[in-house]
Design a protein around this ligand. Structure first.
Ligand code: ADP
Ligand code: MG
Length: 347
């Protein structure tokens, strides 16, 4: 792809040169993309389907730290988190736009790295890069991505459809991304104190990948379709499952009982959480950034999902009057809280 190696100043290309350079490798994959980069606007035709749009902005120093986040991973993750929002509507992502603001601290080669990650994610999630905007910023890097998807009107799933008695389901496992972040933060601290020391991240690839290179669950819409299950409500897990469950409960006007013993936690997440003196359950509930899907289904659909390795039932929805609860392994009932980051770190 990009073949530059030394440091090339962005100013040597100019804005239009840079845009041309970054977008030269685009190959349109989707029929719905009528016109991509190169005009005043992209043209998209979903032919009678409904269009789903979602935007996320990532700001250096707030959402990512370039000390330990490689730019290629950052590019991949920025696309993945947007595609994840489209998946959470039970829609299929088809196009993205990418807007960047960067200072002259960044070289052309650095921005190429970012775009390599973006291209990789576009291939993985089968979306077309159809536009964006390029501008300068006084210091850091800002990336804003918009994802566009399509769905048949009767396929779309909102947050407000959960009913009393519905089962609460989750894809994949939880807490890994948060523990990955703890590992990276620990190594950053050691690095800043004694720069000569090489980072000790061996054997923790799964956790680092969960944090640095999360995948959008674009496999779940086709899976549910094949199983003939339509969720009653759905949301993606960006902030921590406890907070996402509460969103569904509020929007759907129901309560819930979540069972601690049912929460899927990878053995490595469990082990490393313990090494950090963190409670694995709290990490899973409040850690965030796992980008799995949380959804509710009619209990009649239980036989269709029960043997599926991608899906775990973690609880059920109750009458709103009963409130929102976590049933601990010991059998006691505690209110489900959307814990903030501080509470998590000071535990
Ligand atoms: P305008 O002046 O109309 O905003 P630009 O010169 O900014 O147009 O952009 C020219 C074309 O390049 C448009 O199709 C735009 O969507 C696309 N584009 C601009 N910046 C980027 C970027 N960072 N990544 C991908 N496409 C981009
Ligand atoms: Mg522009």
């Amino acid at each position: 792809m990009f073949e530059n190696t030394d440091r090339t100043e962005l100013s040597s290309l100019g804005e239009f040169g840079l845009i041309k350079h970054l977008t030269q490798f685009i190959k349109i994959k989707n029929k719905s993309t009528v016109k991509g980069v190169g005009d005043d606007a992209a043209v998209i035709d979903f032919k009678g389907k409904q269009t789903v749009v979602s935007t996320d902005m990532l700001v250096e120093g707030v959402h990512f730290d370039l000390i330990y986040v490689p730019l290629k991973h950052l590019g991949y993750k920025s696309v993945a988190v947007n595609v994840s929002d489209i998946c959470a509507m039970n829609a299929t992502a088809k196009q993205i736009t990418v807007s960047i603001a960067m200072s002259n601290r960044f070289s052309l080669e650095a921005i190429e790295e970012l775009y390599q990650g973006i291209y990789l994610a576009c291939n993985e999630f089968k979306v077309d890069l159809v536009g964006g905007d390029t501008t300068t910023s006084p210091t850091g890097l800002v990336i804003s991505i918009t994802a566009i998807g399509e769905a048949e009107p009767d396929e779309l799933v909102y947050r407000d459809g959960a009913k009393e008695g519905d089962l609460l389901c989750i894809t994949g496992d939880l807490g890994g991304a948060y523990i990955g972040l703890q590992l990276l933060e620990r190594e950053k601290k050691i690095f800043l104190e004694s720069p000569g020391v090489t980072p000790d991240l061996e054997g923790n690839d799964y956790l680092l990948e969960r944090q640095l290179k999360p995948e959008a669950r674009n496999d779940i819409k086709p899976l549910l379709k094949a199983l003939e299950v339509k969720p009653t409500a759905m949301i993606d897990i960006s902030d921590g499952v406890a907070s996402e469950i509460l969103h569904i409960c509020t929007e759907s006007k129901v309560g819930c009982s979540l069972y601690e013993e049912k929460i899927p936690i990878d053995p490595l997440t469990y082990k490393v959480a313990r090494e950090f003196n963190l409670d694995p359950t709290v990490c899973a509930l409040s850690g965030g950034e796992d980008y799995e899907l949380l959804f509710t289904i009619d209990p009649a659909d239980y036989p269709k999902v029960k043997a599926n390795p991608n899906i775990t039932v973690i609880g059920h929805m109750t009458n709103a009057k009963e409130g929102t609860h976590l049933i601990t392994k010991g059998g006691s009932q505690t209110p489900l809280k959307a814990q903030g980051w501080d509470a998590l770190l000071n535990k």
